[in-house]
Design a protein around this ligand. Structure first.
Ligand code: UTP
Length: 286
């Protein structure tokens, strides 16, 4: 049903400088896999077979990572390490088409998504922010898809955020009490804690009907010179239903140092090849 996904990855990643100077933030690894691959795998797991990366000219390593590397594959065969080939050229990506579009100026998330309009071809599509890592039995995108199938309306993932941090997020005003399928009444970008319409904040997974492009085109630059996706969704609410799904699972904001380290520790503790060693290390450090 949803065959295309847009992954905006053109941001400057200023919170990760100097690491993000030569290596895109989205390519930083959580254990042994770049952050962006977790998002691609989440998209592919619900049947998406076209991935549209929004990148900048600096970020060629993203393309290199998703291109098949035959030379490395044959070297691994030669040295008897066939078992690693699946990590380098995974079968699950064979039928996936990868596109790379350039966002010349970093004019915000809404602006980045607008770049994909030509390739979306009037179909519903997913958006995954690669610096948000989700970990759950049923993937976050799958949870959104269930609501999309039922309502045919755009759906965004949300989670509850404490008052001290709410000013960092887009925040919704719920229009009903059904937390699994919240009809959104209003949405505001980065409100002051005392002005936030709720404690329910947008997190980085969305399914949009293609009409979102028309609403995004009506958005003007904000004070920081960005076209905000939140403002596009706000425009959409004037004419269409948009639902929010309270995500059931863990989420790591890997665009921040705290979230990045949290994800690294959490995933290391789940990796059977290193978890016991890591537990021991943590005990020693404490
Ligand atoms: P962020 O705001 O978290 O990323 O955007 P950033 O701007 O790169 O990071 P900081 O704040 O400077 O540290 C969320 C996602 O949207 C992409 C980013 O690459 C990131 O994956 N993005 C953001 C774009 O593609 N274009 C933009 O103009 C802005």
């Amino acid at each position: 049903m949803i065959k295309k996904a847009v992954l905006p990855a053109a941001g400057l990643g200023t919170r990760f400088l100097p690491a993000s100077k030569a290596t895109p933030k989205e390519m930083l690894p959580i254990i042994d896999k770049p952050l962006i691959q977790y998002a691609v795998e989440e998209a592919v797991s619900i049947g998406i077979n076209e991935i549209i990366f929004i990148t900048s000219s600096e970020k060629y390593s993203i393309k290199k990572h998703f291109d098949k590397n035959i030379e490395l594959e044959s070297k691994l065969k030669k040295i008897g390490k066939e078992d690693i080939i699946q990590k380098v050229n995974p079968n699950k990506f064979f039928d996936v088409q990868f596109h790379y579009l350039n966002q010349a100026e970093q004019n915000g998330l809404g602006h980045a998504i607008l770049e994909a309009e030509g390739l979306i071809n009037n179909e519903p599509f997913a958006v995954l922010l690669p610096d948000d890592l989700f970990f759950s039995e049923k993937s976050c995108l799958h949870q959104l898809l269930d609501i999309y199938i039922e309502t045919k309306s755009s759906v965004i993932a949300v989670n509850k955020i404490d008052k001290d941090n709410i000013h960092k997020y887009g925040v919704i005003k719920p229009g009903n009490d059904d937390l699994q399928k919240i009809l959104i009444d209003d949405i505001v970008e980065k409100p002051k804690a005392e002005e936030a319409p709720s404690d329910i904040a947008v997190c980085g997974r969305y399914i949009f009907n293609p009409s979102i492009f028309e609403y995004l085109k009506k958005v003007t630059f904000d004070n920081s010179g960005e076209i905000q996706l939140t403002d596009g969704i706000k425009n959409m609410l004037e004419s269409e239903d948009v639902f929010a799904c309270l995500y059931d699972g863990e989420k790591f904001d890997c665009g921040s140092k705290k979230g990045f380290v949290h994800a690294t520790i959490s995933l290391a503790l789940r990796d059977p090849s290193i978890s016991e060693d890591i537990k021991q290390l943590i005990r020693e450090i404490i």
